[in-house]
Design a binder for this molecule. Structure first.
Ligand code: ZN
Length: 333
């Protein structure tokens, strides 16, 4: 571990200025943000750095609301995270919606079929990986079926060729197809995780057909050419903090390619914190940093981009109108 890493601040980034109009965090993991922040707080303690507060999911949702992020899609994509994602959505009707899936890197671990990928990390099995993949996917299906309007997407599914080696990739592709099939049965869109697998993701989407309800490339990481294919087929691109990183010019090119009816914004928190706050804990409240950077790239008012991304998410996930959050009650007007 380098000295710089050891001493980097664990503090929360300051809240961004509120957006002039509200929008939706298309993909986040609020339940994980809380445990991630607990770890940051513990590390700050150990190193006698300033105290780092740990906020509850409810507090994080309030912060998000203050800055104009009034609805979120909270994703549970490991077996133990499925129910907590649904529970968070049930506790915040109209504000939190759930996405469920068995993540591509998890899918191959179920039944112990993992293979180390180019990232060089070793394969580690957790107790829940004793369960075969099909059975794990049944849990996704059951929870989605029993919570209509609460579970609004199947995701994140897809392919991760950075984390997963060749011997396991066939199984990963099959798991992706199974998720697409499930989404079709449920009439839900899919959220796709594509890491160094652009060609195969596109090939499978075209071969099987994307769900009629829609397909989203979450935390878009491919280039402008893939964005052109997405545009041609009406797929959505959801941009995370990575679009703000100076080295990611190709993401900004992709953003210029996709049409405004198919662009979304997300945090993928607790990771992928937007510039200039890389290394800090990410949370839905950080969306305005990313959205403002995107508005600059598109040379359009952030207010309009907030409205466009919101309308796109509302249409895609068929979200109900938001309950009134501010202003006097109707009777008093
Ligand atoms: Zn994610």
């Amino acid at each position: 571990m380098t000295k710089g890493r050891h001493h980097h601040s664990r503090a929360w980034a300051p809240l961004p200025a509120a957006l002039p109009d509200w929008t939706i965090d298309d993909h986040t993991h609020v339940v994980s943000v809380v445990s991630y922040a607990q770890e940051q707080s513990r590390q700050a303690d150990d190193r006698q750095m300033p105290v780092v507060p740990v906020y509850s999911a409810d507090e994080l949702l309030d912060f998000a609301g203050f800055v104009g992020i009034r609805q979120i899609v909270d994703v549970g994509c490991t077996l133990p995270e499925l129910q907590p994602a649904v529970d968070l959505a049930l506790a915040h009707p109209g504000r939190v919606f759930a996405g469920l899936a068995i993540h591509p890197t998890e899918a191959v671990l179920h039944g112990h079929h993992g293979a180390p990928g180019p990232d060089g990390l070793s394969v580690v099995y957790e107790p829940w990986h004793d369960m075969p993949f099909d059975e794990a996917l049944d849990h996704v299906a059951r929870l989605a079926r029993s919570n209509p309007g609460v579970v609004v997407t199947i995701g994140e599914t897809g392919l991760d060729y950075f984390r997963t080696g060749e011997p396991a990739r066939g199984l990963q592709r099959q798991a992706f197809r199974d998720h697409i099939d499930l989404a079709k049965q449920l009439g839900l869109p899919v959220q796709i995780h594509d890491r160094q697998a652009d060609e195969d993701v596109v090939r499978i989407l075209l071969a099987d057909g994307a769900p009629e309800a829609g397909a989203v490339f979450h935390s878009y990481a491919a280039d402008a050419d893939t964005a052109r294919i997405a545009r041609e087929h009406g797929w959505y691109l959801s941009f995370s903090g990575t679009v703000t990183f100076p080295s990611n010019e190709r993401l900004r090119q992709a953003l210029r390619v996709i049409d405004l009816d198919h662009v979304l914004v997300e945090t993928d928190a607790p990771y992928l914190t937007p510039a200039p706050w890389r290394g800090r804990t990410n949370a839905p409240q950080m969306v305005p940093y990313t959205l403002r950077a995107m508005a600059d790239v598109l040379d359009m008012p952030v207010e309009e981009l907030a409205r466009r991304t919101r309308a796109n998410a509302q249409r895609l996930y068929r979200l109900p109108p938001l309950p009134e959050q501010s202003g006097p009650p109707a009777a008093a007007r």
